[in-house]
Design a binder for this molecule. Structure first.
Ligand code: FE2
Length: 350
């Protein structure tokens, strides 16, 4: 970073006098010069410490300038080092070959000092600017990734904390939200949805019943059938969940996913009676996962209906109540791929 020199150059020429002449011009101009008397040495020097520029003679024994250039372009470390060929050959074909190999310029011997320096300066500067830019982009990407990861885990932590508040009051649905999240994200993966979208679906799933916080605990854990009034209270939970979450500025419309998780394709769901595409795809996936998990688990008012009953319900109403793609994939995951809920997973409340 704090390099005082104007640039680091490797010069290669098998004629000692030519090499010295070239090196002297560059040094006088303030460049740091490493001189190589043949191609191998030039290549080795470049790999040991990539320079800002290579000046290569073409005709050298064993490894000529073209070969050195080819090797440089093959290595990640030296791929971007600009190469200028310096040669007595003024043949156009030779020049073309040099450019094809990735050289940035070509200087014909004998050369004018000023012309040589002008070309050197341009390419050294360009190279350094590009490197600076690359470093800045890398640094920026690194810090973005770091803050993104921090943000992600902070998001997940706060969502989990919210989820835990409901589950403390309602031991019967403890773990329900997490298990729904497992299935919903598995369905989304199987459908090939983008990671970014799956993340939003996951967070929404983990808190989808947060609105139950407003329902009296004795209703939630009532071992007998609910009265109409009690059921009406339960039906408010998607709305309440929406109210709780809508002020949080998530990168996804999580509050809407929660609001819509009891909506059904044909408009028979609640609270808004939305139909088809008016329901977010995430909410439609969430609905399928929710129904399957709920029916397969024990509830205060009934024993588990069993996974098969749950699958029969969604299969029988595919395209009517439930999104057909989500249903198809859910059936495949459970019947063919052996998907299982992790039933021991509950929140830590300390
Ligand atoms: Fe719900």
């Amino acid at each position: 970073m704090s390099e005082p020199s104007r640039g680091n150059i490797i010069a290669a020429d098998d004629t000692p006098s030519s090499l010295r002449f070239l090196a002297d011009i560059l040094k006088a101009e303030g460049y740091e010069v490493r001189s190589a008397i043949n191609g191998e040495l030039a290549l080795r020097a470049a790999l040991a410490m990539p320079p800002d520029l290579m000046l290569l003679d073409i005709n050298m024994p064993n490894m000529n300038g073209f070969e050195v250039c080819r090797h440089l372009k093959e290595q990640d470390k030296t791929r971007n080092v600009p190469v200028i060929f310096v040669s007595a050959m003024s043949d156009t074909l030779e020049k073309l070959k040099g450019f094809e190999l990735g050289a940035v310029d070509y200087v014909t011997k004998p050369y004018q000092r000023g012309e040589l320096l002008a070309r050197v300066r341009t390419h050294v500067e360009l190279h350094r600017l590009r490197q600076r830019l690359e470093e800045m982009v890398e640094e920026r990407t690194r810090s973005l990734r770091k803050s993104e990861m921090k943000l992600r885990s902070a998001l997940f932590d706060s969502i989990s904390a919210i989820a835990a508040t409901v589950e403390i009051r309602d031991p019967y649905t403890a773990g329900h939200q997490r298990r729904v999240a497992q299935l919903a994200t598995a369905i989304a993966h199987e459908l090939g949805l983008p990671e970014q979208m799956i993340e939003g679906l996951n967070l929404a799933s983990v808190v989808h019943d947060v609105g139950k916080i407003k329902i009296p605990a004795e209703i939630l854990s009532k071992p007998s059938r609910l009265t109409e009034l009690e059921f009406a209270m339960i039906k408010q939970h998607p709305q309440v969940g929406y109210e709780i979450l809508k002020e949080v500025d998530f990168p996804w419309p999580i509050a809407h996913f929660v609001w819509q998780h009891h909506e059904r394709l044909d408009g028979s769901g609640y609270p808004q009676g939305l139909k088809g595409d008016a329901i977010h795809f995430e909410a439609r996936i969430l609905a399928v996962a929710d129904v399957i998990e709920s029916m397969s688990s024990h509830r205060p008012y009934r024993a588990s209906l069993g996974v098969e009953a749950a699958l029969a319900e969604i299969d029988g109403n595919s395209g009517v109540l439930y999104d057909p793609d989500a249903v198809r994939v859910a059936l495949k995951l459970i019947r063919k791929d052996g998907f299982q809920f992790k039933h021991h997973e509950t929140f830590d409340h300390h």
